[in-house]
Design a protein around this ligand. Structure first.
Ligand code: HEM
Length: 496
């Protein structure tokens, strides 16, 4: 039952089809059920049309399920929809939006975002992390393993290098602590959904928020320590890492300003980049960069177990282009189109962030010819777009060739947007793509992955927490080449 056409006070004209809603609860009853949110929102689209509205608690929210409308929201009117909702959990997490992802769209935010973006180009080779991961896997000596923890360690290490120039051996207590608090934050944010929709819950004793506060405290202690160390050792010239780049950007002191931020220091000071921004940005690199990247890698391996012929073809391409005498590097990427198409197809069929991060209209704007009021929330269902039969042949099938033309050259359909698009596109996109390339190429050069004997193949439906992740699975890794022949071992062999 309930009104299908028109909400009580239509915040869009002409009114959008709207899910039934109750005071306080909003449309919660229509969203209940076992299905993850992106599937439920897509299914509701079959009843309400590709563009419809619902209430998340008291918040009027437009749901976008088609490429055409997503293009309007993210690109054509991207600036008008570049706001973010304020949520209890994220306000806690980011000291009131002193990060990138949950900060308002302001001049300061733009400068801040550019600073972060530039500092990511500092991440050059990344091959150390790949070496360490291979040695980590090798240590399992033919046993079936859960690839989750080693991948998580490897990606955490990459972000540690990027943010504060530390790398850790497996088992280092500081690394374990980073992974534990990060996981705690990610998990509580996932469970905290209700707290965000019904903020009055915060006045009740709430385990979720207590756990979140504990993890945030551990995080802040560690990052503060790193920050203080960096302040002492900060010097003129090239920043060593993200903390340096942000500190140099913050001081406004010409003496210590690095090339990445030339000419911007004083403006930053005027407009108020403060120490909280520095810490929150560093924290966000972990929050946004670890779970997403390591989960994408887990999906890659899960699909390769299901499609051994795809794995074989990637390895043939690697053998032809790179061979086994050296590690794959950034410049090989141009010559490995099939490998790229596999990574793309995985991100199409299982986007780890299937409904992006909510956007908010900063001004009165429009979607699909409906005017929408300032403050309207927008959920872009990238899952629905990546599975739209109007844009993709047999969208439920895993077919990397769809990203290649007849001559085997890359094609990128415009409705492929695993990182979002426009002013709020993922700031870590190029870093993430580089990491995915280096890890997948490095792993498949040295290992073949197969299902553990007698164990069923990984479930490919997945589960939606903060990211869409596969259920835990184990796999068997076979060395393709002897570790003695691994290119890096002869050079420095540091991981015994
Ligand atoms: C935002 C995907 C890795 C930092 C986003 C968004 C998506 C996304 C879909 C939201 C876009 C929107 O709301 O319209 C991914 C995927 C990744 C990945 C699929 C890996 C495979 C990373 C990494 C970092 C990062 C490695 C940083 C180290 C961010 C930040 C934002 C963001 C800061 C917020 C941007 C803003 O609000 O302006 N990402 N991401 N991400 N991502 Fe990523």
């Amino acid at each position: 039952g309930g009104t299908v056409w028109g909400c009580h006070h239509p915040p869009s004209t002409p009114p959008l089809p709207c899910l039934p809603s109750l005071p306080v609860l909003g449309s919660l009853l229509s969203l209940r059920g076992d299905q993850p949110l992106h599937l439920r929102l897509r299914e509701l689209g079959h009843r309400y049309g590709p563009l419809y509205a619902l209430y998340l608690g008291p918040h009027y929210t437009v749901v976008v399920n088609s490429y055409q409308h997503a293009r309007e929201v993210l690109l054509q009117r991207g600036k008008e929809f570049a706001g973010r909702p304020k949520m209890v959990t994220t306000e806690l997490l980011t000291r009131g939006g002193k990060d990138i992802a949950f900060s308002d769209y302001t001049p300061l935010w733009k400068i801040h975002r550019r600073l972060v973006h530039n500092s990511f180009t500092l991440f050059g080779e990344g091959s150390k992390a790949v070496e360490a991961l291979c040695c980590d896997l090798q240590a399992s000596r033919g046993q079936a393993v859960d690839p989750g923890p080693p991948l998580m360690r490897a990606v955490t290490n990459v972000v540690c290098t990027l943010v504060f120039s530390s790398t850790y051996q497996p088992g280092d207590p500081e690394l374990t602590s980073v992974m534990e608090y990060n996981d705690g934050i990610v998990q509580t944010i996932a469970n905290g959904g209700l707290v965000d929709i019904y903020p009055w819950l915060r006045f009740f004793p709430n385990q979720t928020l207590t756990r979140l506060r504990d993890c945030i405290n551990i995080r802040d202690t560690l990052l503060n320590k790193k920050l203080e160390e960096h302040k002492v050792s900060l010097s003129v010239g090239e920043p060593r890492d993200l903390l340096d780049a942000l500190l140099q950007g913050q001081t406004g002191d010409k003496q210590t300003r690095g090339s990445g931020v030339r000419g911007q220091g004083s403006r930053l000071e005027e407009e108020g980049i403060c120490e909280d921004h520095v810490l929150m940005t560093a924290a966000e690199a972990f929050g946004a960069g670890v779970e997403t990247t390591s989960t994408t890698l887990l999906w890659v391996l899960a699909f390769l177990l299901h499609h051994p012929q795809v794995q074989g073809r990637v390895q043939r391409e690697l053998d032809e282009v790179v061979g086994c005498g050296r590690s794959p590097n950034v410049s090989d990427r141009a010559h490995l189109p099939y490998l790229d198409s596999v990574i793309n197809e995985v991100m199409r069929i299982r986007p780890v962030s299937p409904v992006l991060i909510p956007h908010i209209a900063l001004t009165t704007s429009s979607i699909g010819g409906h005017s929408v009021r300032k403050g309207t929330r927008v959920l872009v269902n990238m899952w629905a777009i990546h599975h739209d039969p109007d844009h993709w042949d047999t969208p439920q099938d895993f077919r990397p060739e769809r990203f290649l033309d007849n001559e085997g050259r890359r094609i990128t359909p415009s409705c492929f947007m695993p990182f979002g698009a426009g002013p709020r596109v993922c700031v870590g996109e190029s870093l993430a793509r580089l990491e995915l390339f280096l890890f997948v190429s490095g792993l498949l050069q040295r290992f073949s992955f197969s299902p553990a004997p007698g164990v069923s193949l990984p479930d490919l439906q997945g589960r939606l927490g903060v990211v869409l992740q596969p259920l835990r699975y184990i796999l068997h890794s076979d060395r393709r080449t002897k570790p003695q022949e691994w290119p890096f071992e002869s050079q420095n062999g540091p991981f015994d």
